[in-house]
Design a protein around this ligand. Sequence first.
Ligand code: ATP
Ligand code: MG
Length: 255
Amino acid sequence: MSSQSNRPKVVFERISKSFLKREETLQVLDDINLEVADGEFVCLLGPSGCGKSTLLNIVGGFEKADSGRVTIDGEEVTGPSSRRIFVFQEYGIFPWASVWDNVALGLRDRPESERRRLVQDTIDMVGLSGFERSYPMELSGGMKQRVEVARALAVSPDVIYMDEPFGALDSLTRLTMRSEIIRIWEQEKKTILFVTHDVDESIQLADRVVVLSSRPGRIADIVEVGMQHPRDLGSPEYGRIKNRLYELLGVNHSV
Ligand SMILES: Nc1ncnc2c1ncn2[C@@H]1O[C@H](COP(=O)(O)OP(=O)(O)OP(=O)(O)O)[C@@H](O)[C@H]1O
Ligand SMILES: [Mg+2]
């Protein structure tokens, strides 16, 4: 497989999608072409309704594109598979299961000893050691998100797809979760596709920000964020990228 390591991990090829709305056809995505490298952190940034979640559903195998295709490691996505692509959901954890069981549930096919080690390792990695026996209702919003991150990491999927995962968190917890996800990403070298409509979030996280235009969603541009982590949010480079992203989104952000 090493000879193929230069091959992109995820490829979106000419993806178009429309929905039938009453008598009308609503074109949501128009000719999306994108290559994501192995271990890359890509943010999809765009206004509400531009088709970000629809694109997620297509790459996750939940929805079929009208034309075009998505491949992961050269293999076409034809249906959902959590080993290929894990879709991080805001309310993905099971309320009736402990932290331990939530993480272990995705690993039912593993031998007991391996499963135990994996569950403990991922719980430790996301900073929830000591809460193994707690239930979701006993956890804060940020801690629940950590459980979902642990669930994602434990199954070791090829790609993790996150659709506005921190949207419901308060701003301080969001900042903490962003640095946590970067710490884990640097350690695990996962390929992450991260959907957001928050400009700052995209600059804080991404190697590249893919900016989608409003409906029908097209790639307006792809902006490279060549800054080292941890990123200096006050630097001129940060400001320059922020201006560019707002410009692409067609928003005047000066007040
Ligand atoms: N299953 C569906 N049937 C009909 N229309 C749909 C369906 N899914 C999405 N749409 C429409 O497609 C458009 C894009 O929706 P989508 O959820 O992908 O946007 P989004 O970029 O994720 O928005 P947000 O930032 O608000 O989450 C919307 O106009 C929505 O009404
Ligand atoms: Mg959405």
